[in-house]
Design a protein around this ligand. Structure first.
Ligand code: NAD
Length: 472
């Protein structure tokens, strides 16, 4: 039974690496029924902001997986990231990026490296909720939810369990982002307890990233919020040998998308030089996902043998190690000729069936009494503070009164310092004594008071306590 799969050849080097990948899949006997869809630059330039024709959604929905070559996002504003749109619309919450070194056949400073980055794929700054709030100030919202964190952290531990991996490491920055990364960390600690046979540890992302770049062999499975995962999986793939070598799976409960981690490399397009390995390894992940593990093994092991034979595309070619600088097509032919053979020095790959099991019902989270206690009002006003302070300091509604004013998070009233550099966005916090409860109506009256004194409100944020603890 052939399994229906959507494919898109994308832009730049996309068509060449897709043709090479399909050539190998076909030669290996992959049981796939291909449905080609058009995405990317041409679609964007037809005026479709997502880079994807609405008809394409139907094809993707009715196939079991989507194998996607990289696309080019046109320059200029108004274009939405197609990758982010597909991942979030289809709920592809787990982005799995294995980064392995193939030393001594591919040059790397890290011969022992074998890490899998499991990146949260739907939240964080990638929610794309951004605003230009004033002529000189922009804002992007970082969203982290308990549900999103639970899904990805559990996926990372399940992945480790099923693939016989020993340790899951969390990267985050909850020393600074105490609520958002703090929640991710809390959920990690809770779920780690359910997997006593798997080691767990956590690193602040900055030193963690330094360790990953320096001694990647100390890591096994890594789990992290979206942005850190995006950046660090490129770093990991590059230090393992080349970004051109890494594949990427985007897994959800209702679909899956497989791709290379790199982009469309337009400078290399049309020259038959690009390395198809990233997309090919993405396709190998797809075959495992679709239950065609034996075909996945044939391809992966034939590909390893090709690397061992020194048949290398330009990006990994090295005098003294490589035997032949192969073009994209020639590399694909060499892999196809090696199907059925395995590597002689590198460890051969074996795949077990790894059908995706949907995320278990998500926890409701702890029940905590939630109380509305105040409001942060963000206003647009050119510095200095004194120009508008006299107009707002008197504002008081019910128990609410002005508690502090900050600029870029730094308190400038009361007890500000003259050295603090200020921009045109100010945050004015209104709270009652001892975080007493207030009503929505009180908050509306605070906003109304700003209107009455002629000060422009950019946005506001309600302040809550949870079981008596401030959530701000
Ligand atoms: P890129 O990853 O496309 O390429 C950067 C450089 O890496 C290339 O110039 C090339 O030297 C090398 N490289 C990448 N892939 C290679 C391969 N398979 N073989 C050999 N060398 C390879 O990054 P970029 O140049 O910053 O982005 C180009 C376009 O790709 C942009 O429009 C960007 O938006 C898009 N992009 C798309 C995806 C995707 O579709 N998944 C991901 C990232 C970037």
């Amino acid at each position: 039974m052939k399994i229906p799969v959507a494919i898109a050849k994308g832009d730049g080097i996309g068509p060449e690496i897709m043709d090479a990948t399909l050539f190998i899949l076909n030669a290996a006997g992959a049981e796939l029924e291909l449905h080609e869809v058009e995405i990317g630059e041409k679609v964007y330039l037809r005026g479709i902001a997502t880079g994807m024709d609405p008809k394409t959604w139907e094809v993707i929905r009715h196939t079991k997986a989507f194998l996607k070559a990289p696309i080019t996002t046109p320059q200029g504003g108004g274009f939405k990231s197609l990758n982010v749109t597909v991942r979030t619309t289809l709920g592809l919450y787990a982005n799995v990026r294995p980064c392995v070194s193939y030393f001594p056949f591919v040059d790397t400073k890290h011969p022992e490296m074998d890490v899998v980055i499991v990146r949260e794929n739907e939240e964080d700054l990638y929610a794309g909720i951004e605003y230009r709030q004033s002529p000189n100030v922009c804002q992007s919202l970082k969203i982290i939810s308990r549900q999103g964190s639970e899904k990805i952290v559990r996926y990372a531990f399940e992945y480790a369990k099923r693939h016989g991996r020993k340790k899951v490491t969390l990267f985050m920055k909850d020393n600074i982002m105490k609520f958002s990364d703090g929640l991710f960390h809390k959920v990690f600690d809770e779920i780690a307890k359910e997997y006593p046979d798997i080691l767990n540890e956590h690193w602040i992302v900055d030193i963690g990233a330094a360790k990953l770049a320096d001694t990647p062999e100390i890591f096994d499975v890594l789990v992290m919020p979206n942005l850190y995962g995006d950046i660090l999986s490129d770093v990991a793939a590059q230090i393992a040998g080349s970004v051109g070598l890494a594949g990427s799976a985007n897994i959800g409960d209702h679909g899956a998308m497989f791709e290379a981690i790199h982009g469309s490399a337009p400078r290399r397009a049309g020259q038959n030089v690009a390395n198809p390995s990233g997309l090919l390894l993405g396709a190998v992940q797809m075959l495992v996902h679709l239950g065609q593990e034996r075909v996945a093994e044939r391809i992966h092991n034939g590909w390893l043998r090709t690397l061992e034979e020194g048949i290398h595309t330009y990006d990994i070619y090295k005098e003294g190690v490589s035997r032949e600088k192969a073009g994209t097509k020639e590399f694909a032919k060499a892999v196809a000729a090696n199907l059925g053979k395995g590597p002689e020095q590198l460890p051969p790959v074996t795949y077990k069936s790894f059908p995706h099991t949907p995320a278990p019902p998500l926890s409701e989270g702890p029940f905590e009494d939630r109380k509305l206690v105040g409001i942060d009002v963000f206003i647009y006003h050119k510095p200095p503070l004194t120009l508008f302070f006299s107009r707002i300091s008197h504002i008081a509604i019910g128990p609410l009164h002005l508690k502090m004013v900050t600029n870029r998070g730094v308190r400038v009233w009361p007890e500000g310092q003259p050295e603090t550099f200020c921009i045109e966005q100010w945050r004015c916090r209104f709270l009652g004594h001892d975080n007493v409860a207030v009503s929505q109506h009180d908050l509306i009256q605070i906003l109304d008071a700003f209107d009455r004194v002629g000060i422009e409100v950019i946005k506001s944020e309600n302040l809550y306590t949870f079981a008596g603890k401030p959530g701000f």
